[in-house]
Ligand binder design. Sequence first.
Ligand code: MG
Length: 281
Amino acid sequence: MKIARVLLDGAPRLCVVDDKAGTLRPLPPEITRLQQVMDAPGFEPGAAIPLAGVTLLAPILPNRNIFCVGKNYREHAKEFSQSGFEAGASKDKHVDDYPAVFTKPASSVIGHDALVEMHPGVTDAVDYEAELAVIIGKPGRNITPDNAWDHVWGYTIINDVTARDRQKNHKQWFLGKGLDTFCPMGPWAVTADEIDGANLDISCRVNGELRQKANTGDLIFTIPMLIATLSAGLALEAGDVISTGTPAGVGIGFTPPRFLKAGDRVEVTIAGIGTLGNSFA
Ligand code: MG
């Protein structure tokens, strides 16, 4: 099932999506957050309305920061290490022994089609990162890789927008990753029974030009490994979001780097989910 969070008559509502038919079926108005659907899946959606023209919000309002993973595809780990934008990069070793985990504040989250701010004066090196995001449904601590899939409620798409200059200058990645509007998410969430998170084609286009193309089967640290790593001594909650990392082809993978500029549009597509598109202004 695909579930979107949309604006209906000016208020956020959750809806079941039929993207092939181009329709939405609103859930009862008291259901305003995806976490409520996880608690009580036996809801009854209303009559279908057209999807076209409806404002899509981010499918989930996180209770806390988005967990993110860096350098989780081999070719991207190499392009990042060699780009000159990784603080403390090793010349010879591109793939790390342990996943690099950072967070983006919940305040950076925006929905499909919302504008991403360029933040002139703060950064002049804005870049895109297409990523599969995992939505946790079942809470847990010290989750083993064998049990990790039981904790996955579903998936969505994240563009891990990054200010490369701030990522490099401040060493820790938070300031480069956490700017307002730097976490486009959507267009909706898809339940785990519909797709195999370990085998999804992912691609990214900038103004229609293909820049990134991979499969989530190429992840260095798999979804079960990431859940086990994150939940070690840190209880995961229903509604937590884990962005799993980006493949090769980001702007700093080019020489010279191809940073985004005002007016650009970035579209991230993942098979079985859909396309998350955002323009930059
Ligand atoms: Mg990323």
